[in-house]
Ligand binder design. Sequence first.
Ligand SMILES: [Zn+2]
Length: 154
Amino acid sequence: MTQVAVWNADETFLHTVPLKHAITMLHRRVAEIHEAVEGETFGPYARPKVLRLIRYVVRRWEYAKTKAAYSREGVLARDDGRCAYCGLPGADTMDHIQPRSRGGATSWMNAVAAHRHCNQVKGDRTPEEAGMPLLWEPYVPTRGRLHRARLIHP
Ligand SMILES: [Zn+2]
């Protein structure tokens, strides 16, 4: 399947995602088209070649010195209260991406904010098994990032 490049909000390369996932990101307004394939469309969209995230995502090597201690509330703050599965605000639970019952860790990298409903639909499955791809990759936030998130989304 065709891969689409995903750039961070500062236009640095992050990773690639399958075209279908890229369209989901556009639909949820998590990202916008930075570069399209000329003359081709995918549904209502120009066919993306490069997407750019709307919100800046902090990369692993940037937070080594200032990373925040893990907390459940911190996960909700990090994700701005948005559900990583449907992209909408009002997420009120924390989901283990790899289920705890199957060895998934309780850590920043294995946790995302999710609606109670979306969490229940996903159940005891991985995002791939549930057909619910993550709309963004989890990361370890800096203390500053969490502090700002809590000020905006207490
Ligand atoms: Zn949701």
